[in-house]
Ligand binder design. Structure first.
Ligand code: BES
Ligand code: ZN
Ligand code: ZN
Length: 463
């Protein structure tokens, strides 16, 4: 699919036209109303006689309406015998429309023997060079959102730690990104005892992937840490069957931070970025780590394992400690960390936690601009008490069934150095990373959650 911007459009096969607040040609209105169109928000109608799909936008201040409307419309046209599609909307709405089109067109058919073909090739906007540049930037970000969706949806015998690294190496080949990979012996040397414990029962050895983008002259440094559980069976604290299904998506945080750094590098943003991904498969077996084990993390702190299904925080613990040594200006970890976060916010919202209110607000604003839903969960001293262990420095789960998203975040706090406390945010994407039904311009399955959010935050750092 190509996004094309032209001064004048002479020929095209079909058109998607955005109608804002009922501003419509009288003849079209008659036809649309005849077909039952009633000017609802994001409502779509096909007028075959005019070779047009109309999309109605009531509230044009909320750009999400344009994305959802564009996605609805393009899902209709992609089944038509149509190659060149003209998109008609005001310039100010075009970036949102382009985003909705590209994200809405996504489908995952890698494992289908029969692929659904679309004839759609060119999405043509009218506009000048400025618009062309703006839409090119949108296309780059969407390309990596769709890349993230593909990788999250890929099954766990295809994507395991070593193959995850291979995919990323191939993908960064043309980008100004350096890549360092820690294998088992490097991870041992680094004394990343928590990662090693989680990884032990898997036939797939763990990896720590460290990608870096260092443009000349950048003055700020962002370090991203991602949970890359290529599969989470729960370990010996085995997940019930229904909860294990979809745990291929437990790598979504690692996928999101890797995709974000690639988008940032391709956009050429003026900020140094690192992405560190802890890649592990959490399995069962005679060699599995156990409830009751006490493990020693990279920073020397001891952890009593009470539940092997709380493995993500163990992997992140070692990665965060490693990340702090890079002395970033911003440190964000992203993880499908807790079911409790999904209970708190529902499927679609990322939970933000941290010590710095201003930074949390900055991420909230990046959510508003990017269109990702984020909400804040507060740390407090009483929940911290729940992580106490009689035998080790801490336990890997809280002692209460309530507040699980926050206790997980407060567990991670133990691995963020004092100097980094105010620079750190924890982002729990367990809800939006993988959803069983399609929502807005997101498909069933992997959504690419976190990519647009992180890219948008990075933009605010360069300004
Ligand atoms: N990967 C899961 C969290 C998760 C749940 C992600 C649902 C996506 C959807 C994580 O490793 C986990 O199992 N967490 C446990 C923690 C509990 C044992 C304290 C959970 O949330 O149940
Ligand atoms: Zn788990
Ligand atoms: Zn997990």
């Amino acid at each position: 699919m190509n996004i094309i911007v032209k001064k004048d459009i002479e020929t095209f096969d079909y058109e998607i036209e955005f109608i804002v607040d009922k501003q419509i040609d009288a003849n079209l209105q008659k036809e649309a109303e005849f077909l039952g169109f009633s000017f609802k928000e994001c409502e779509v109608v096909t007028i075959q006689s005019a070779k047009k799909i109309l999309v109605h936008i009531k509230d044009c201040k909320d750009l999400e309406n344009f994305k959802i409307g564009a996605s609805k419309a393009v899902k209709v046209v992609k089944n038509f015998a149509v190659k060149d599609l003209k998109i008609t909307c005001a310039d100010e709405f075009a970036p949102a429309v382009a985003e909705g089109l590209i994200l809405g067109l996504y489908s995952f058919d890698k494992y289908k023997t029969e692929k659904k073909q679309t004839q759609l090739r060119d999405l043509i906007f009218t506009g000048d060079d400025n618009l062309a540049k703006a839409l090119e930037a949108v296309a780059i970000v969407c390309q990596y959102v769709n890349f993230a969706r593909d990788l999250v949806n890929s099954h766990p015998e295809e994507i395991y730690p070593a193959s995850f690294v291979k995919v990323m190496k191939d993908e960064i080949a043309e980008l100004p990104i350096e890549c360092k990979v820690l294998d088992t012996s490097d991870i041992q040397e680094e004394k990343m005892g928590a990662i090693l414990a989680v990884a032990r029962a898997s036939r797939h050895e763990p990896r720590v992937l460290h990608l870096s983008y260092k443009p000349k002259g950048a003055t700020k440094k962002i370090v991203l840490v991602g949970k890359g559980l290529t599969y989470d069976s729960g370990g010996l604290s085995l997940k019930p069957s229904d909860f294990m299904v979809s745990m291929k998506s437990d790598k979504s945080g690692g996928v999101a931070v890797s995709s974000a750094i690639m988008a940032i590098a391709k956009l050429g943003l003026d900020v140094e970025v690192h992405a560190i991904v802890g890649l592990v498969e959490n399995m069962i077996g005679g060699d599995a780590y156990k409830p009751d084990d006490v493990i020693v993390a990279r920073n020397g702190k001891t952890i009593e394992v009470k539940n092997t299904d709380a493995e993500g925080r163990l992997v992140l613990a070692d990665c965060l400690d490693y990340a702090c040594e890079l002395e970033p200006d911003y440190l964000f970890d992203m993880a499908t960390l807790t079911g409790a976060c999904v209970v708190a916010f529902g499927d679609y919202t990322t939970g933000i936690m941290g010590h710095n209110e201003k930074l949390k607000h900055g991420m909230y604003k990046a959510g508003k601009v990017s269109g990702e839903l984020v909400g804040s969960l507060p740390f407090n001293r009483y929940l911290k008490e729940l992580l106490k262990s009689p035998v080790a420095d801490m336990s890997n789960i809280g002692s209460s069934r309530y507040g699980g998203a926050i206790t997980a975040g407060m567990f991670l706090d133990n691995f963020v150095s004092d100097a980094m406390k105010e620079k750190w945010l924890h982002l729990d994407i367990a809800g939006p990373a993988f959803v069983d039904k399609e929502w807005g311009y997101n498909p069933q399955g992997g959504s690419g959650a976190g990519v647009r959010l992180l890219v948008e935050f990075a933009k605010t750092v360069t300004n």
